[in-house]
Design a protein around this ligand. Sequence first.
Ligand SMILES: Cc1cc2nc3c(=O)[nH]c(=O)nc-3n(C[C@H](O)[C@H](O)[C@H](O)COP(=O)(O)OP(=O)(O)OC[C@H]3O[C@@H](n4cnc5c(N)ncnc54)[C@H](O)[C@@H]3O)c2cc1C
Length: 235
Amino acid sequence: MRFRSDMTVELVKASAADSDVLWAARVSTQGEQSLDEAGADPARSGGLINFLMRDRHGSPFEHSTMTFLVSAPIFVFREFMRHRVWSYNEESGRYRKLEPVFYVPGPDRKLVQEGKPGKYVFVSGTEEQHKTAEETVRRSCEASYAAYLEMLDAGIAREVARSVLPVGIYSSMYATCNARALMHFLSLRTKHEEATFPSFPQREIEMVAEKMEAYFAELMPLTYAAWEANGRVAP
Ligand SMILES: Cc1cc2nc3c(=O)[nH]c(=O)nc-3n(C[C@H](O)[C@H](O)[C@H](O)COP(=O)(O)OP(=O)(O)OC[C@H]3O[C@@H](n4cnc5c(N)ncnc54)[C@H](O)[C@@H]3O)c2cc1C
């Protein structure tokens, strides 16, 4: 049995640069010559990207793609896969035996919700509450995994035996998106003071989103800066 509190995100493939946005946008005025201009005059390029972002001309941001390998609990993937304009492939609980790797909230995970729905905040919780959460998660996962193994040993198919496993079990998937879809995802799955439309995501999917955001900022710095400057609203 292995217990983890972290999420991992690896960028496995990217065709993503600010210049993709520029050649895609400039084709409207320059036709096929727009590619030659892609790297020219960075200051003007930043201005164009900012204009596209501000006025929500989103399609030029769809030509940059990123593929991530994500390892996270199934409850995070359930939220993730609501984002329909991404492409996904996930490991199968029908075709392979699932490994006993489970999520347990780490010491910095705020455990207690206070306030009304829509206005609540999370606070850390007492040491006792942390101890209860950790011990209960461990005990419950151990019992579930033992039941899973018992069924497999009895010759019951994986697809049936998995029904006793909790949503805290880790899974892995490849997730591919374009920059526009990523900005939309980040706007909903991160909490940010400066956002025009603040969101209140579950912390665990936010941990995944934060890692993706760091890759995005590195690959497409002008686009990232324009998105931030325009209230983190996807164009
Ligand atoms: C904080 C938070 C709490 C949430 N709570 C709940 C909850 O309690 N219950 C629940 O069920 N969901 C919940 N969700 C999920 C939420 O309702 C969305 O399904 C999810 O955020 C994906 O957003 P999206 O549809 O904009 O994204 P995507 O599916 O990636 O779509 C991107 C954009 O494409 C367009 N689009 C895609 N498909 C269609 C379509 N069929 N018709 C028209 N336009 C389309 C829309 O403009 C959409 O914004 C929550 C999300 C967040 C961030």
